[in-house]
Write a protein that binds this ligand. Sequence first.
Ligand SMILES: [Mg+2]
Length: 201
Amino acid sequence: MTPDLMDAHAVYVDMDDVLCHSTRAFLRLVERRLGRCVAYESLSTFDLGVSCGLSREELDTVFGMFHSSEELLKIPPIGENIETLRQWTSRGVEIAVVTGRPTRAIEASVAWLDRHRVAYHEFVVVDKYRRFVMDRRAVSLEEFSNRRFRLAIEDSLDMATFLAYSMATPVALLDRPWNRNGTLHPRITRYTGYLSFDLLS
Ligand SMILES: [Mg+2]
């Protein structure tokens, strides 16, 4: 094991659209529930209400379904990224899975991670977007900003900017249709393709 990996701080890994195809699953629910077909590549902003042209009520309805245990457990994994986490942990890197899902989704989310044998050390719910109901198990952004990570992996440009600017954390922003507009902080690097071991070198 190389010394730099032994001394590593934890790596922050977002869950939705990093470890699983959440947005594709969300779009299937929009079609099933509202009969509206929205193309993945047309999602120009992270706000799915805006991107999909949903009213507040429609958005709440679809998110209500999406965050049920039944639907969460069905979300397909991104196997290549999960495999990279296994390689990292086998080299002594600590992984913190950090999600902005509502706290009612905790049990199903942990069950999903177990089902897909995701290697991680810590599961944290952070109130990233202030849009869901959170109980006391969630950490506020302010509280979370005291943490330090050697690297963060995100698909949300807003959260990536917070990590880079307020937490001085280098961020790999996984290239997705909804994060292509906007300026990247110098600590953010756009990353196309699957996670690889090179990210930690
Ligand atoms: Mg995400």
